[in-house]
Design a protein around this ligand. Structure first.
Ligand code: NDP
Ligand code: OXD
Length: 303
């Protein structure tokens, strides 16, 4: 049994000893594979094109939390996404930062600062800024907890509509109702066929005038032209994006210079190599012992 890691030399250097200490062999890169039948799992962002080369492959591990970049896998090969508390906390922190920026009109003050303009606006307490979180999974729940602790009233949307402490939860049919009650709408959804293009003109039209958007899900969930129109018309006051369509955003893209938009280059989180290695080790242990695979993705749901 061996894990093939198709990733950076930095990751390879950290993962090898972690796996070896638990008795698992790690192969660093496809060029180092001598016997493809040894490979039980492949960890990667996207897998090698010819997975048929590995007759005993049982799992592919995404080195990130998302799996939308993965192609369909052969029958019998499980897909696992990296579960990493440090990574999830990083995204939570970015969402709290971005929500506070919008609640305290930071894009507007950054724009005024460029013009040397000292022009105070009314300060809203957190209790007056309703936050709607799209996606109440591992990261959405963390964000809801922290924003709630800061005093923001929090609503959220999930596929199941299952209850979450301190959050008014909507099921997937409640998107427009949630949007109508969100002074800041936060997207933390996985990209699936159901969430592609979900941040649309229709959603922005339902949001309170002057509301804001915080987006850390995936770029293809956002209709960027609809966002531009909503910002230009004043329907939305401002937005902070960590993910865009396309990525990377070209240097001359309108979003870089829009006065009420702040863009960060998909850095809400980065997987710490040691944390990623611990997840891969947990998958290898599950394969060896026949236990449940951590971070198992449901191919039907796509997340
Ligand atoms: P989870 O799988 O734990 O949670 C996903 C949530 O989305 C669940 O609450 C799920 O509902 C809900 N959901 C899925 N589809 C729908 C739908 N059609 N309508 C309503 N709700 C839906 O994911 P994580 O919290 O770990 O991560 C979420 C995403 O964040 C990742 O997929 C990735 O795209 C993004 N991400 C971005 C990063 C960045 O750096 N910008 C870093 C890491 C992740 P239910 O609870 O009912 O299943
Ligand atoms: C991830 C990401 O999915 O960084 O981990 O976006």
């Amino acid at each position: 049994m061996a894990l093939l890691l198709v990733s950076t030399p930095e990751r390879q250097a950290v993962w090898g000893p972690v796996l070896a200490a638990a008795g698992h062999r790690m192969i660093a890169g496809e060029a180092a594979v001598t016997d493809p039948a040894e490979v039980t799992a492949i960890a990667c962002w996207t897998p090698p094109a010819d997975l048929g080369r590995y007759p005993r492959l049982r799992a592919v591990i995404s080195v990130g939390a998302g799996v939308d970049q993965m192609p369909p896998l052969p029958p019998g090969v499980a897909l696992s996404r990296t579960l990493a508390q440090g990574l999830e906390a990083m995204v939570r922190d970015w969402v709290v930062m971005a929500t506070l920026m919008l609640a305290r009109d930071m894009p507007c003050y950054l724009d005024q600062a460029r013009a040397g303009l000292w022009q105070p606006r009314p300060v809203r307490p957190a209790s007056a800024v309703r936050v709607g979180i799209l996606g109440l999974g591992r990261i959405g729940r963390l964000a809801a907890e922290s924003l709630g602790a800061l005093g923001f009233p929090v609503c959220g949307l999930s596929q199941s509509g299952d209850p979450v402490p301190g959050v008014r939860v909507f099921g997937p049919d409640g998107l427009l109702d949630l949007a109508a009650q969100s002074d800041v709408l936060v997207c933390l959804l996985p990209l699936t066929s159901r969430t592609r293009g979900l941040l649309s003109t229709e959603v922005f039209a339902r949001m309170p005038a002057g509301a804001g958007l915080v987006h850390a899900g995936r770029g293809a969930q956002l209709d960027m032209a609809a966002l531009r129109a909503a910002l230009d018309s004043g329907r939305l006051a401002h937005a902070v994006l960590d993910v865009t369509d396309p990525e990377p955003l070209p240097p001359d893209h309108w979003a870089w210079s829009h006065p009420r938009l702040v863009v960060t280059p998909h850095v809400a989180a980065q997987t710490d190599p040691a944390e990623g290695a611990r997840h891969a080790l947990a998958v290898m242990e599950a394969l060896r012992e026949g236990g449940p695979i951590p971070g198992l993705v449901d191919p039907g749901r796509g997340y």
